[in-house]
Design a protein around this ligand. Structure first.
Ligand SMILES: Nc1ncnc2c1ncn2[C@@H]1O[C@H](COP(=O)(O)OP(=O)(O)OP(=O)(O)O)[C@@H](O)[C@H]1O
Length: 797
């Protein structure tokens, strides 16, 4: 004992002294200290978080009720505080529930539900209420009207921070012009420094919830920001699923074992988990059996041991008469030697079967005691050559470089382990076998200086384990397992190890690529959009889907980094971009391959692009309760990368094409400038007339050229295709006089004294198509050609 310890022991008052400082911590104190964890670390941020919590709830509630969300957010100055009002047209909250929802932390409907929803913990809105009451001292004012009811219920309440219970200040029935919905009003100490984040949150919410209408009013806005819906389609209704065996932790498993009505493990597994039917449950139960009881080793039966075996059996059977005993011994010996390998339990079964059949035949009873004696006498004989048996197994799996002495040493050590460390039935768990092999390898290194490394050891473990048999003992019941963490751990390991179908995905509701594009188009005026939705995958038993979308060019700002919009279950993640796994993935992609500028070849790329990534899951792994950043889960990271790459591949081909058209335009500009100069020069030098350069540009550039010639009232349009592919230009000629004598398949429309003639000829590569018509009087012409990119078109009219 050190002198310090002895001093402690002598002073009787220390524990009491410490106890004086120990007391229950109230919710308010906890919240004060951990505000940052819930996203209320400053006045600026607190306002954004409160809006976010209320809007997320409003979206969850409306969607769940199949209502198209109509959400109103208003921030106004109220003396020293800011007043925040959020209204939704959701199903409302019943009179009984309102106080708990807003006046009790950790009260919610979603914590235990395995279903995609924005809310998860039942903290969000009550934390906003608590923040408001701690900073302004004012109660939260809640109005809620449920669908079908005449009146609304109005409450003013605060949270009793010692008890974590609502304290109702006012409760009354009132009228409200909304037919149903919820209105929340809170006042808090705040400022508008995070205005940009607030706007981002609302705008990005509109991007991924194109079915919602949202309106924001705040003091800095001249006019309210209104986000109209882009679709009437509500997100797919999700279904709740039971937990997946790969996803539960030991604590949860113990709770489930305590709560279930099932008696057997098999019933429990099939009843309480998704994707477990009779077959899967049998697989899990067998693997649980292997862990709990161990397997029994099968040993090679002797090739020539018939006489000895018969003699031993006869010896073990007493007082049954010579005839029946001999018959019993012979039959049993035949059955044993008929097998290649045998385990203890199989021997017991053989003895029992032979006792029954020979007993019946000879009218002699070979009872339990005789059977037990026989098993006891025969088993040592069957395990007599363990060493040779194990040698053969090692010889089969060890590499050819291993020498004989090493293999013999391994076999010797392992057979000793079986003889000394297992019970009389040669039962051992896989962990035991690993330990046996590790020990044997150590001894072999010492004795023979031969190394059996990790792989060699694993191969031997597998070879032995595959020769061992699962026993038929009954596994413990649910009741027994629920009281014993060690047994429960065996079951959990068996569940995790089993091959089980991935969980169903109807608990998820991805946005879909069409609506990701629609959402981006609605909010960003760009030249190009692409989106991708991946198939569902699983992380820790929870299914998830990743989607990515990209908008490029147009009005998107070209300077600086691209904009990354991160979403989890349709909620924008506004803070902690740097700490988010999504950001890390984006930075790790080589964007130059996709046509974006990326200084140094890594990090956030530059350019006029908005990249959005949405992760939907029944359990989104966040880095903290404030739900700002995704934790780094490898399965999710991989899918995020694949989704981004899928959407960006389209960007790559778009940019490639755009670049080649740009180059073409530059080249065309240069040639267009040089050609007439060359023609003039040529004429000067040769003294001839200037050569005709009409059509030369189109020829050089491999363009489609359209020329118009008017002669004696006949108009001829020559469409020449110098490109290497067939082209089908849409040609519209607008003429101020009525046309006649049209050739080709033309459509004519008369619009107030202007005639629109439309052709859509197909012109093969290298060919010319001639379109003609007549006009009887002087006319003016105008032409419009579509269906061929501008850069590949020369119009000479
Ligand atoms: N506007 C609303 N309309 C209808 N029900 C609501 C509304 N707001 C909250 N609720 C109900 O109150 C519960 C508690 O909401 P709260 O914001 O505290 O937690 P949550 O949304 O479940 O989880 P989180 O803490 O992750 O936000 C919700 O689960 C929901 O059942």
């Amino acid at each position: 004992m050190t002198s310090f310890q002895s001093t402690l022991g002598e002073d009787e008052g220390i524990a009491e002294e410490l106890a004086k400082g120990q007391r229950e911590i109230s919710i308010a104190e906890f919240f004060e200290k951990n505000k940052h964890m819930l996203g209320f670390d400053s006045g600026a941020r607190g306002l954004v978080t409160a809006v976010k919590e209320a809007v997320d709830n409003a979206l969850d509630a409306t969607e769940e009720a199949g209502i198209q969300p109509d959400i109103y957010v208003e921030i106004s100055e109220a003396g020293n505080y800011y007043r925040l009002v959020i209204e939704d047209n959701g199903p409302g909250i019943t009179k009984e529930q309102v106080p708990k929802v807003f006046g009790k932390l950790l009260y919610g409907s979603r914590f235990h539900a395995r279903e995609q929803s924005r809310g998860q913990q039942g903290i969000g809105i009550s934390a906003a209420v608590l923040y408001s009451q701690l900073t302004s001292g004012k109660p939260a004012k809640i109005t809620s009207r449920t669908q079908g009811s005449q009146d609304a219920e109005y409450f003013e309440l605060v949270i009793d921070t010692d008890k974590n219970e609502p304290e109702i200040r006012t409760a009354k029935t009132t009228s409200w012009d909304r037919p149903h919905g919820t209105r929340i009003e809170v006042e808090m100490e705040a400022n508008m420094r995070a205005r940009q984040q607030l706007h981002d949150y609302i705008q990005h919410t509109a991007v991924v919830n194109p079915h919602a209408r949202i309106e924001l009013r705040e003091p800095g806005l001249d006019a309210p920001m209104k986000f109209e819906r882009a679709t009437d389609q509500l997100p797919r209704q999700t279904k709740e699923i039971r937990p997946h065996p790969h996803g539960v932790e030991l604590g949860t498993l113990l709770k489930m074992l305590n709560a279930t009505d099932s008696y057997s493990v098999s019933g429990f597994l099939q009843e309480e988990f998704t994707r477990v039917g009779a077959k899967t449950s049998e697989k899990i139960v067998n693997s649980f059996r292997d862990r709990h009881f161990g397997r029994e080793m099968t040993w090679k039966t002797p090739v020539e041991g018939q006489h000895e075996l018969v003699a031993v059996v006869e010896d073990a059977v007493s007082n049954k008469g010579q005839g029946p005993t001999a018959k019993f011994a012979e039959e049993l010996t035949d059955k044993i030697l008929g097998k290649d390998r045998i385990a203890h339990e199989e021997l017991v079964t053989l003895v029992s079967n032979v006792a029954a059949s020979v007993g019946e035949e000879t009218g002699t009873s070979f009872g339990d005691t005789v059977q037990a004696n026989v098993v006891e006498a025969v088993w040592p004989l069957l395990t007599d050559s363990r060493e040779a048996d194990i040698y053969a197994i090692i010889d089969e799996v060890a590499s050819t470089q291993k020498d004989d002495a090493g293999k013999s040493s391994m076999a010797r050590s392992l057979s000793t382990q079986f003889a000394e460390s297992t019970d009389e039935k040669d039962r051992a768990s896989k962990v035991d076998i690993e330990e046996f092999v590790r020990w044997a390898a150590e001894r072999t290194k010492e004795r023979e200086d031969e190394t059996y490394g990790e792989t060699a050891q694993e191969n031997i473990v597998e070879a032995i384990w595959s020769r061992m048999r699962t026993v038929s003992d009954d596994v413990p019941t649910v009741r027994v397992i629920s009281d014993d963490r060690d047994i429960a751990r065996d079951l959990l390991e068996a569940m995790r190890e089993a091959d089980i179908l991935a969980p169903p995905t109807d608990c998820l509701s991805p946005i879909t690529p069409e609506l990701v594009e629609a959402g981006l188009k609605k909010e960003f005026d760009a030249d190009f959009y692409a989106a991708a939705t991946r198939d569902a995958e699983v992380h820790g038993g929870d299914p998830f889907i990743v989607e990515a979308g990209i908008a490029y060019g147009g009005e998107i700002k070209a300077e600086g980094k691209i904009d990354l919009l991160r979403f989890a279950n349709r909620v924008p993640l506004v803070y902690q971009q740097g700490a988010c796994a999504i950001t890390q993935v984006v930075k790790g992609i080589g964007w130059r391959n996709y046509g974006l500028d990326q200084p140094g070849g890594s990090g956030m790329p530059n350019g006029p692009a908005v990249l959005m990534v949405h992760v939907a899951s029944t359990n989104v792994p966040f880095t903290s309760e404030s739900k700002d950043a995704l934790a780094d889960v490898p399965a999710i990271r991989d899918e995020v990368e694949l989704a981004i790459r899928e959407a960006s591949r389209e960007l790559k081909s778009y940019l490639k094409k755009r670049r080649s058209l740009q180059k073409r335009r530059q080249k065309q500009d240069v040639i267009g400038r040089i050609l007439p100069q060359m023609a003039t020069k040529l004429a000067e030098v040769t003294g001839n007339d200037q050569p005709n350069i009409d059509g030369a540009l189109a020829r050089i550039m491999n363009n489609v050229s359209v020329e118009r010639v008017v002669e004696d009232g006949t108009v001829t349009l020559s469409v020449k295709n110098y490109s290497s592919t067939n082209e089908s230009p849409d040609i519209t000629e607008i003429v101020s006089a009525e046309p006649g004598g049209l050739n080709g398949e033309a459509q004519v429309v008369d619009l107030d004294g202007e005639w629109f003639i439309k052709w859509n000829p197909t012109v093969s590569s290298g060919e010319t198509v001639t379109l003609t018509y007549t006009v009887e009087q002087d006319a003016s012409f105008d032409i419009n050609v579509d269906g061929v990119e501008t850069e590949k078109l020369t119009v000479n009219v």
